[in-house]
Design a protein around this ligand. Structure first.
Ligand SMILES: O=C([O-])CC(=O)C(=O)O
Ligand SMILES: [Mg+2]
Length: 224
C-alpha cells in the first residue's frame, strides 16, 4: 500500500497575486539568480503565463496515471507540477486533460515531459509549460508520490512553493520567501525603470554602468 496525503500549506493568495506582477526573469534575479527551471521547459504559446502554488506529482516516464490523479485532487489556482524523468518522447497531457484542469479552475500545468494537441491548447488558453511536444501516447500503470518535493528542470519544488512562468521560462519561489522576493522584485523593476528612462534621455551604457573604469581595470583599451 502506498499512502499519499494531499495536505500542504499554500502561500498567502495576496502574495501570489503580487508576485504575478513580476516576470520570471525579474524574480530569478531578485532572489539571487535562483529557482530557474531548465530553459527547455517553455509554454506551448508565448502568451501563456501563470503564477500559483505548486501541486507536485511524480510520474513514471511515458505514464500519466499520477498526473490524472493530481488533476483530480488539485485545488483552484494550483499549478500542477509534474516530474516524469525529463522524458521527451511522450504526449502526457493534451486538450482533454487541459479541459479537465480549466473546468476546475486550476492555475496551469508544468511538466518535464511532453504534451500534445498544442493547437487546441493554444485555443483553450490554459497555461501549459513542457519540455517537449510529442504525439506519443502514455500508459496509466504506475502509482507514485503526490504532494511531495520533486525535482523538475534541475530544481527542487516543494508543494506550496510559488511557480511563476511566462514566455521566457519558469521560476520557483520558496513559499516562505514569497514576501521578501516580492519586495526585491519591485526594487529591481524600479531600478530598471531608472535605467530605461536615463537611456531614453540620452545617457549612455558606458556612463550608467560605469563601464569605463571597469573595462580599464580589466586592461581593455578601445580606440574609437
Ligand atoms: O489523453 C491523454 O493521455 C493526453 C491527451 O492527449 C489529452 O489530454 O488530450
Ligand atoms: Mg488528446
Amino acid at each position: 500500500m502506498i499512502r499519499v496525503s494531499t495536505k500542504f500549506e499554500r502561500p498567502d493568495a495576496a502574495l501570489v497575486k503580487q508576485l504575478s506582477a513580476f516576470s520570471s526573469a525579474t524574480i530569478h534575479e531578485a532572489q539571487g539568480r535562483l529557482g530557474a527551471l531548465d530553459s527547455a521547459i517553455k509554454p506551448v504559446d508565448h502568451r501563456m503565463s501563470l503564477c500559483g502554488p505548486a501541486f507536485t506529482v511524480q510520474c513514471a516516464p511515458r505514464d500519466n496515471l499520477m498526473l490524472q490523479t493530481a488533476i483530480a485532487y488539485a485545488r483552484p489556482g494550483d499549478v500542477v507540477v509534474v516530474s516524469a524523468g525529463a522524458y521527451e518522447e511522450a504526449g502526457s497531457f493534451g486538450d482533454v486533460l487541459a479541459n479537465a484542469c480549466q473546468a476546475k479552475g486550476l492555475g496551469g500545468m508544468i511538466t518535464d515531459t511532453g504534451v500534445r494537441d498544442t493547437e487546441d491548447l493554444r485555443a483553450l488558453g490554459f497555461p501549459v509549460f513542457s519540455r517537449s511536444v510529442s504525439i506519443k501516447g502514455t500508459v496509466k500503470e504506475t502509482v507514485g508520490p503526490m504532494c511531495e518535493p520533486v525535482t523538475i528542470g534541475g530544481v527542487l519544488v516543494r508543494p506550496g512553493d510559488v511557480m511563476r512562468a511566462d514566455a521566457d521560462g519558469v521560476v520557483v519561489v520558496r513559499r516562505e520567501d514569497a514576501a521578501v522576493v516580492t519586495t526585491a522584485s519591485q526594487e529591481r523593476v524600479d531600478a530598471e525603470a531608472g535605467y530605461i528612462s536615463a537611456y531614453r534621455a540620452g545617457r549612455t551604457v558606458i556612463e550608467m554602468c560605469g563601464l569605463e573604469p571597469l573595462l580599464a581595470s580589466k586592461g581593455l583599451e578601445i580606440e574609437d
